[in-house]
Design a protein around this ligand. Structure first.
Ligand code: NAI
Ligand code: MG
Length: 496
């Protein structure tokens, strides 16, 4: 059995010490829902409720939006350097509170504590990065005739709504909040009902770092009761949404009614293209990490292995061995892989696997749920690899959002390119080869927002991220991500 120090394991039975907030964070303080209603969040590693939080609705959203609108007048006029100092202090406070944040994230989402610690340090880095960008938002001058002056400047887009999913709660919250605040916008965030706590804790830390009350509000609750009224609110100037294509479509329709700008990050079915001349061992490690990190619940997970035929048999056999050796367990016990986030998610994944079995698919590894050996509970799925499937197979075309890798055998690099592009998604792609030209030809021709060569998930907050095709539009991260929260104003003057 996996072991961990008692200081962590005590949270398996009692999370009170974490002091998790129970209210919305509105106007600089925690507040109960106006309706007085609450709901609970589960620890997916145990399949049990572990903490309560406010169940918000349109009334709480109205309070939060009105608070953020008032605060916009203050924050947009705060000198950029001072905005930067607040964000830099936030990065520092995230680091100082990292263990509490990581444990909260681990319990709420199910992810292994090591991955949660990585997410928390990534969130700190995000605030640090955008802290440095606040006072570098430079406009342009335009070459007009000499009796004119023309220039542009960036203005904050206004009050921004952030709909956050349950797979990367603190990372996604930070990825939206930090650039929005850097640009001088205010924020109303709605974390997923499965994982509400770290967004609330982040808002509290921002306030401790000196953010004026109302600049960052967080309302918790379900998508239907709190998310929908938020994105439809006429006081919202921009929506950043991360989640499923279906919900993204609903959010877009709500945005259309008010002509609200939006960034849509809608998941994928990302190919990992492996050519015969790859570095075998490091590519195996990368392909496994691409699909089994956070049990495959990553929008950019590498969920399709597109592999050249000469290397196929040896590679898939070694990968299957690796998958079978992966340990499963509660996130606090530092397993190789934790549970999936909910019973709903587990059953959705099992549905894909059962239907594949009915179609006669061959399983190289896994394929079933796996009860936690410790408690008999929790939402675990075995690391699963399904052998070569045709292009039109559901396992090739649909986002499963679980630890399920589908293999697609390619005749050569050209066929691999065709298979890489064969879905309606275009979020990321991995390419593994020692041939520099082939790597860059594939990077050029694959229709995806980003391509990783010889290291899956390469990059950091500096690198823009977002989707093509039904994976969405708009870019987050990097300076490109900052522009989503800025409006360009052009000013031209006649001076003679
Ligand atoms: P979802 O897209 O419904 O939920 C994401 C967020 O949207 C949550 O905060 C939810 O409360 C909110 N939401 C739901 N309905 C809303 C509405 N009408 N207006 C505004 N906000 C709303 O995703 P769900 O149902 O949790 O997961 C279903 C599938 O979505 C997963 O199996 C996975 O395939 C995909 N997904 C993809 C993610 C990604 O990172 N691309 C993240 C989460 C889910
Ligand atoms: Mg939870």
């Amino acid at each position: 059995m996996l072991t961990q120090p008692d200081s962590l394991l005590k949270y398996l039975t009692d999370a009170k010490d974490l002091g998790l907030p129970q209210g919305h964070f509105i106007d600089g303080e925690f507040k109960a829902a106006r309706s007085g209603r609450t709901m609970h969040s589960e620890d997916p590693g145990r399949g049990e409720a572990f903490a309560n939080f406010a169940r918000g609705d349109a009334d709480d959203i109205a309070d939060a939006v009105s608070s953020s609108r008032k605060a916009l007048a203050v924050w947009r006029k705060t000198p950029p350097a001072e905005r930067g100092r607040v964000l830099a202090r936030t990065a520092e406070l995230i680091r100082r509170n990292s263990e509490r944040l990581a444990i909260a994230e681990c319990l709420d989402s199910g992810k292994p504590i090591g991955e949660a610690r990585g997410d928390v340090s990534g969130a700190a880095r995000t605030f640090e990065y955008y802290a440095g960008a606040c006072d570098k938002l430079e406009g342009s001058t335009f070459p007009l005739p000499s009796n004119y002056v023309g220039f542009s400047q960036f203005e904050p887009v206004g009050v921004t709504a952030h709909i956050i999913p349950w797979n990367f709660p603190i990372s996604t919250a930070a990825r939206g909040m930090a650039p929005a605040l850097a640009a001088g916008c205010t924020v109303v965030a709605k974390p997923a009902e499965q994982t509400p706590f770290t967004a609330l804790l982040l808002a509290e830390l921002l306030t401790e770092a000196g953010l004026p009350a109302g600049v960052c509000n967080v309302v918790t609750g379900t998508g239907a009761e709190a998310g929908a009224p938020l994105v439809a609110h006429p006081g919202i100037d921009h929506v950043t949404f991360t989640g499923s294509v279906a919900t993204g479509g609903r959010v877009l329709r709500a945005c259309a009614d008010n002509v609200t700008r939006s960034v849509m990050e809608l998941g994928g079915k990302s190919p990992v293209v492996v050519l015969n001349d790859c570095n075998f061992d490091s590519t195996i490690a990368n392909v496994a990490g691409a699909i089994f990190e956070h049990a495959g619940q990553i929008c950019s997970a590498g969920s399709r292995l597109v592999i050249e035929s000469a290397i196929h048999d040896r590679f898939v056999e070694a990968l299957g061995k690796k998958a079978k050796a992966i340990s499963l367990g509660h996130g606090l016990r530092s397993p190789d892989m934790g549970p999936v986030n909910s019973a709903l998610q587990r059953d959705k994944i099992l549905g894909f696997l059962d239907r594949a079995r009915d179609r006669g698919a061959e399983f190289i590894s896994g394929g079933r749920s796996s009860p936690n050996t410790e408690s008999g509970k929790g939402y675990f799925i075995e690391p699963t690899i399904v052998a070569n499937r045709p292009e039109d197979d559901e396992l090739v075309q649909e986002e499963i959002f679980g630890p399920v890798l589908t293999v697609q055998k390619a005749d050569d690099a050209e066929h691999a390119l065709h298979l890489a592009n064969c879905t309606r998604f275009g979020l990321v792609a991995g390419v593994f080869t020692s041939d520099f030209s082939k790597a860059h030809q594939l990077a050029r021709d694959i229709d995806a927002g980003q391509v990783y060569i010889n290291e899956y998930f390469a990059g950091g907050i500096e690198v823009p991220f977002g989707g093509n095709k039904q994976s969405g539009f708009g870019r987050e991260k990097g300076l490109e991500g900052l522009k989503s929260y800025c409006k360009v104003k052009s000013i031209a003057a006649r001076i003679d």
